[in-house]
Design a protein. Structure first.
Lengths: 335, 335
DNA sequence: CTGAAAGCGCTTACAG
DNA sequence: CTGAAAGCGCTTACAG
């Protein structure tokens, strides 16, 4: 395929390349007849602008990056794909960087910035707590999705997330209301600022308010994968059988846990009630289907792109908090 | 962040930018002492080469694209992520383009080529049958993953896939060997050249050889999603109950079908045996776990990148066929 | 409203 | 083994 350049278009339309460039970039200072003539040639020649050349001169690119920590978290990969799709419609081209759950996302962004001159970054599964200075220094517009980051000061920083703490409380309240007192917890406690930590802290808060003691032996730390959920559930089952409910900080973990319960001869919800988190499509197709706190993925993706676009245009960052809603399944019953 | 350019490095190392460029590109014709000196400066200044500028001059980029048709096919999204990860290690930067199942992937690639000067393309979920001319004209190195494309003539075209026809036969043989005769089929028949079509044609071939008539009322067309599997199974159940086994052309479909069977009061494998295809992680965590024909995703991803790399270096395309292996689950029983 | 020219940060013959 | 220079395809002040 021969490549058509701006020069070819200019010659064919009998104008200078400056004028073609103006037309291409939608500048207002071009005569309407000229614009028409140029656009006709562009169409006829199937001209597509060389993004490398344009970006080189502009010193930045039309690239934004989605940095995703952990490739096995179905909710996050789904969210990433939605963001890519919306970006595509909006004219933002997203590079996707999938990095290890343990890797340093800020190092990744720095290198990417030097190499590609990014205009923006979406962080998925990132935990900014403790990295405030570093993120603020990285002056590129960014959005933290699925985590509250209002504590970050930079004007170039936005976030969108469900209210994780409140959602954790909701889950616990539901279970307690149905008569459950001994509730096992699967997930990741760690820092208060961490979104998944907040879910568990919400549960604890609710237990405390109802005067129900928290039993550490019913907690297991657990990554966002099916086998991790399976094994964590197995570890609790190995030492205790007296719990009547399990709360998991993600559906993927809950699906692993469900399998472990079944392998140990326990039925859901007959013997154990189970609540997940995220609302991934798969949750509805388990048997029984999973009762879960749903993060509205479509809405989060839309807002993420909106916030990023606004930020790239120089507007001040905002921090959006959405409520998590129950998606009713068949995995919970009254005691 | 101030951007360090090749000029800064040259000045600091007291050489010309030509020399720095040579060092950066690993050319052999540089004095070892000079190379050391330049590399020291590169490290000290944290220099990262501006990819836009490099690509502009070279008239092509280090970008390859993964074009993925259909974002809800878990096997393909997983494969895409694996390819990205391997590409990262190998120094190929992949752009990922997720397009609608109905969209034209070749249009996408053409536009992308004009815009970004791609060096290579990986097609996932593409069906090249009937587009031979078009693909051959697109002279950019490409690999069709999970589909046999040996019928394409271009030297720049490779493919890697399991032997789908054989795998379909294997599935049918297994079921027939266990006494099943009335086998429902969920999937997509369509063109012979289509990989999923071949799975079903393999089943038919096996039925024929065993003298078992194929019953069209036990077939339903179905996309690669959970709800599609659920609904297709429902449509068959609405008219027939006399089948004893179901073969699905993907695990996602099988998981949807399993839910439908359960909702209709049928047990797997008690009432109905179920075989899936792909071997996604989730299949092992269903209850019962799914018996499935496993496509080795890790191996396919590795080979895809190998073939693409070779092709980008000017080597002739190759077509690799792997066997699909059974992953034993608990969803099949002897009649 | 339009064009000529400089320059974005690199790579690559060419000359020595 | 090394450097000076041209050029990749654009954008953007500047001048008119």
């Amino acid at each position: 395929m021969r490549i058509v350049t701006i020069r070819d278009v200019a010659k064919e339309a009998q104008v200078s390349i400056s004028t073609v460039s103006r037309v291409l970039n939608g500048r207002p200072d071009v005569d309407e007849t000229t614009r028409q003539r140029v656009m006709d040639v562009v169409d006829r020649l199937h001209y597509v602008r060389n993004a490398n050349a344009a970006n080189l001169k502009q010193r930045h690119t039309d690239f934004a990056a989605v940095v995703l920590k952990g490739r096995r978290n179905l909710f996050l990969t789904d969210l990433a794909e939605r963001i890519l799709a919306i970006g595509r419609k909006t004219g933002i081209r997203f590079l996707i960087e999938i990095i290890d759950e343990k890797a340093d996302e800020f190092d990744t962004v720095r290198a990417l910035y030097r190499e590609r001159k990014l205009t923006g970054v979406v962080y998925l599964g990132s935990n900014p707590g403790g990295h405030e200075k570093e993120i603020e220094k990285l002056e590129i517009p960014c959005v933290f999705a699925t985590i509250e980051a209002a504590f970050l000061k930079g004007e170039h920083i936005s976030s969108v997330s469900v209210n994780n703490f409140e959602a954790g409380q909701k889950a616990a309240k539901r279970l307690i209301g149905l008569g459950h007192q001994r509730i096992a917890l699967l997930g990741y406690f760690a820092p208060q600022s961490n979104s998944t930590g907040q879910r568990l802290h919400g549960v604890l808060e609710c237990l405390r308010r109802h005067g129900i003691p928290y039993d550490e032996a019913l907690y297991e730390e657990c990554d966002f994968t099916l086998p991790a959920g399976y094994e964590a559930m197995g570890r609790i089952l190995a030492r205790r059988r007296d719990f009547t409910a399990v709360f998991c900080i993600s559906d993927v973990i809950a699906m692993g846990a469900m399998k472990a319960l079944s392998d140990h001869g326990l039925s859901v919800p007959g013997d154990v009630s189970l609540i997940g988190f995220d609302g991934i499509e798969q949750a509805a197709y388990c048997t029984p289907s999973l009762t879960t706190l749903c993060q509205p993925a479509g809405e989060i993706a839309e807002i993420t792109v909106e916030l990023l676009t606004a930020s790239m245009r120089g507007q001040k960052g905002r921090h959006v908090l959405l409520p998590a809603q129950f998606t009713e399944g068949g995995s919970v019953r009254r005691l």
